[in-house]
Design a binder for this molecule. Sequence first.
Ligand SMILES: [Zn+2]
Length: 212
Amino acid sequence: MNRTGKLYFRYGTMGSAKTALLLTQAYNFEERGMSYVCLKPIIDNRDKTNVIKSRIGIERECQWIHEDTDLYELAQELFEKTMAIIDWFLVDESQFLTEKQVDQLARIVDDFGSNVVCYGLRTDFQSHLFEGSRRLFEIADTIDEIKSTCNCGRKTIINARIDSNGDFVEEGDQVEIGGDDRYIAVCRKCWRNKKIEQSSRDALPFLEFKTH
Ligand SMILES: [Zn+2]
């Protein structure tokens, strides 16, 4: 077998159009008659709609990856079903993969020559690597950054979790299931400045701070 695939990691912050890029790629494969499958880790078990959707309105069906899913086995089953090697695997939200699952994806590339493209976040709301992302940085063949811009014009780095007042949340679980948390992608400098502003406000509750 002479196929040579690659394991790709394409990372960006929230709102950097990762999912839209994945779906565009899927669309292009369809146009060119190439086989592909979309995969996505399931975080919230109440989510029954197995589609990957982007805010620009396109969607594609996907297969869920559970925490105990063996992706190598899943690929083998797919190959048996379709009687052919699938050319491309597109994985959304790949930061939520386990280290083991990233290793399984690498084996799909090495043993079958498929290409695997993982889209995902680099870090969590506390600026630390996710397990899946760490493993992808360690073993991916090709790593690209999907850049987006902070309100100040710098590149976004941090996925800040914000509460209902718009303040940055600093404590909590890496993944909050079913929470109402929202996220905003900011540059490192804005992230730091906002945290300083918040902590000085909390330390001096009787003083009124003017922000302008
Ligand atoms: Zn900024």
